[in-house]
Design a protein around this ligand. Structure first.
Ligand SMILES: Cc1cc2nc3c(=O)[nH]c(=O)nc-3n(C[C@H](O)[C@H](O)[C@H](O)COP(=O)(O)OP(=O)(O)OC[C@H]3O[C@@H](n4cnc5c(N)ncnc54)[C@H](O)[C@@H]3O)c2cc1C
Length: 445
């Protein structure tokens, strides 16, 4: 195929617009692409990819920088940040979302129509990055992963063609994008299903960290009794002495129970009652809430910061696994960890789509384990080992991992997240659409 090549507007180091375009949310690594194209239209993406192809340059892509696996050195970075259009179709209950839009933009646009997306714990995350990596959030046990909501993807592949792909048009590329995470092209637009959700009974309860042994053991048994309309997560948090936090939480070691129930508040309260009875809370913030307040459930950080994270999916959470977690992150342990988190999976997450290949990793896992330590000096020296120690402690129950929760620790081991057959199929699709490996896939080739 003959394609015309128009030189894109390139930003280089030293240009203030370069700094703004590369600035990541997770600042552990400093992005150093050779040049940046701050795309304002799908045409800019096409120009960038065609030009990079003609020049033999690798291409990387970033929206928010919530997941920087390398410093992007030497690449042409396509920043999709400004491709943030969101259009809602209430009749079909779908949203058409630009390649750089963030969840809060979809939530705000969908709410007036009584609709909500399957987003994650933080609405500052990019829609496309989330969905391409599977995508798990408080509605996933009820409605499936983020990838399961995707109806159509518009993607610029390595030959510089913008393709509309869905279950009928180039179904292999469509299926590979939905969970295969990286290495297929730059997504300029994505169409996702929305759900008629306007409110939740949800939020977080902060308990003392010292009560974590009772709470974690109770949670592991209780979580298994919850219906799919209900999601929960529990985390051991060593909070910073941040004046923005309420005084009892500043610098405190706490157990944070996260809860979201899609049904009536009275049913949600009844489901939560056994956990409320385990210990005296410091602050109980679970209540009736608008869906648009979903960030309050996990209360994730909202400002950029350097972190080191490590994670794994778990097949089960027996009492021995909880004890192993407490031994590395529980009361009395000196650790730089800010968070050691368990999320319940299951429900609709486990439901495979009706197609030959499914790229969503970790469907069969029962829980997800996530550890996070700050990369500020002097903790930076010990943060990676601390995060790893959590995953190592639960090694007897680890079965894989989720692409979205991989940080720099993933290094060259992203490929282990898929079974051999799925990985071979994903590699084949990448080679078909990107035979020269233009789109850098850290840890995959
Ligand atoms: C505070 C926080 C909370 C999180 N909560 C959750 C959660 O609840 N559930 C969950 O599943 N994940 C969660 N994540 C992980 C998150 O989903 C991933 O980090 C995701 O990749 C972020 O996408 P992004 O576009 O915001 O980030 P970016 O760093 O900009 O992008 C990450 C990667 O996504 C791909 N990508 C992004 N945009 C495009 C595009 N337009 N075309 C092609 N590829 C693209 C690229 O491979 C890129 O390298 C969380 C992360 C953080 C930091």
């Amino acid at each position: 195929m003959t394609t015309s090549v128009s030189a894109p507007a390139l930003l280089h180091a030293g240009d203030p617009a370069y700094a703004a375009a590369v600035a990541p949310f997770v600042t552990t690594l400093t992005p150093r692409p050779a040049a940046v194209v701050a795309a304002r239209s799908p045409g800019d993406v096409v120009d960038a990819v065609r030009w990079a192809g003609a020049e033999g340059r690798p291409v990387t892509v970033q929206a928010t920088g919530h997941q920087l696996l390398s410093d992007l050195g030497g690449s042409v970075l396509v920043s999709t940040r400004e491709l943030d259009d969101v259009r809602i179709d209430p009749a079909t209950r779908t949203a058409v979302v630009g390649g750089g839009a963030q969840w809060h933009q979809v939530i705000a646009a969908a709410a007036p129509h009584g609709l909500a997306p399957v987003c994650g714990s933080s609405s500052k995350v990019g829609v496309v990055g989330f969905c391409l990596g599977g995508g798990h959030g408080p509605l996933s046990r009820a409605f499936g992963t983020g990838a399961d909501q995707v109806r159509r993807v518009r993607v610029v592949t390595a030959d510089g063609t913008e393709r509309d792909v869905d279950a009928d048009r180039e179904p292999d590329l469509f299926a590979a994008l939905l969970g295969g995470k990286t290495g297929f092209g730059v997504v300029t637009e994505i169409e996702i299903a929305l759900h008629p959700v306007t409110r939740l009974y949800g939020g977080g309860i902060f308990f003392p960290g010292e009560a974590s042994p009772q709470l974690l053991h109770a949670w592991r048994e209780w979580a298994g009794t919850l219906p799919v309309e209900t999601s929960s997560s529990i985390a051991l948090l060593r909070l910073p002495p941040d004046p923005a936090l309420p005084p009892p939480l500043q610098g405190a070691f706490v157990t944070h129970l996260r809860f979201a129930h899609l049904g009536a508040a009275s049913d949600g309260a009844a489901l939560l009652a056994p956990m409320r009875a385990v210990a005296e809370p410091i602050a109980d913030m679970v209540d009736e809430m608008p869906f648009a307040a979903i960030d309050a459930i996990h209360a994730d950080p909202t400002e950029p910061m350097p972190i080191w994270d490590d994670s794994a999916t778990l097949s089960a959470l027996p009492a021995e696994a909880v004890d192993a977690l407490l031994a590395v992150a529980g009361p009395g342990v000196e650790t730089p960890l800010v968070m050691a988190e368990l999320r319940q999976m299951g429900g609709a997450i486990a439901r495979r789509p009706d197609r030959e290949h499914d790229a969503v990793a970790g469907r069969d896992a029962a829980f997800h384990l996530y550890a996070l330590a700050p990369m500020f000096p002097p903790m930076a020296a010990v943060a990676p080992a601390a995060a790893r120690s959590v995953v190592d402690a639960l090694r007897p129950w680890t079965v894989g991992g989720l692409p979205n929760f991989q940080g720099p620790a993933a290094g060259g081991r992203l490929g282990v997240l898929w079974d051999q057959e799925t990985l071979a199929w994903l590699t084949g699709v990448r080679e078909q659409y990107d035979p020269t490996g233009m789109f850098r896939t850290v840890g995959l080739r």
